[in-house]
Design a protein around this ligand. Structure first.
Ligand code: PGA
Length: 256
């Protein structure tokens, strides 16, 4: 049974003071979300202080990016080892904003996914077609290319089972126009079929998320589809009340 997961991607938002305020206010929310994993991914500088603050809470910590080497002459970069040391458990890799604004390649995404596991982190690998690719009917082709590169270096059975893949159509991110849940479910099924082809039964445990204009109102439309195990959320994750509402909605939908 795959545990649902709701991931907050704060991007370059929230100062440290506001991040701490989020955690304090979230503690006051009535989140009866046992069985739903909740992960927040703040900017790097908030990770260490939040790690302390999140002890004995139901929130887990993720980073938004990392380098694939453990250490070295890579000015401005953060290594998986550094993240692990301060209690980070998840890391987003290959977000479309990193691919398009910071020239991340399919290859570097694959290196990062492998490096994350090697240091005890769980990568949340993002995939998704842009609007032009979608209109050209290339969604499956793009997903296939990005997915195969992302998982190429994952050799251990236990890593494969813990992998998280987020399907995030680029045209749906930050636009207020989510994908249709049926379309997202079709792509999720395609991702799982590819994983089965490569890995056999190990693919059954991989969690596949949807991301792109997810809100408290629509999240259960996605997680209600078989094969979609949660959501990666930007804008709607910035307010504690809204993040809590999404966790509650997933919990409720799963309980039926
Ligand atoms: P959004 O962002 O929820 O604001 O569309 C999602 C993401 O980029 O992960």
């Amino acid at each position: 049974m795959r545990r649902p997961v709701v991931v907050a991607n704060w991007k370059m938002n929230m100062t440290l003071a506001r991040a701490e305020e989020f955690v304090h206010r979230f503690a006051g929310e009535d989140v009866e979300a046992g069985g739903v994993d909740m992960v927040i991914c703040p900017p790097f500088i908030a990770l260490a202080p939040l790690s302390t603050l999140l002890q004995n809470t139901s929130l887990m910590l993720g980073a938004q990016n990392m380098h694939w080497e453990k250490e070295g002459a890579f000015t401005g970069e953060i290594s998986p080892l550094m993240l692990r040391e301060i209690g980070v458990r998840y890391v987003i890799v290959g977000h479309s904003e990193r691919r398009s604004y910071f020239a991340e390649t399919d290859e570097s995404v694959g290196q990062k996914a492998a490096a994350a596991f090697a240091c005890g982190l769980i990568p949340i690998v993002c995939l998704g077609e842009n609007g032009e690719e979608r209109r050209a009917g290339k969604t499956e082709e793009v997903i296939r290319r990005q997915l195969l590169a992302a998982i190429e270096l994952l050799e251990l059975e236990e890593d494969r089972r813990r992998l998280i893949v987020a399907y995030e159509p680029v045209w749906a991110i930050g636009t207020g126009i989510p994908a249709r849940a049926s379309d997202a479910a079709a792509v999720a099924a395609c991702i799982r079929a590819l994983l089965y082809q490569k890995w056999g039964n190990g693919a059954a445990e991989v969690r596949i998320l949807y991301g792109g204009s997810v809100t408290p109102e629509n999240i259960a439309d996605f997680t209600g589809r078989p094969g979609i195990d949660g959501a990666l959320v930007g804008n709607s994750s910035l307010k504690p009340g809204s993040f809590a509402a999404m966790a509650r909605a997933v919990y409720k939908e799963r309980r039926g």
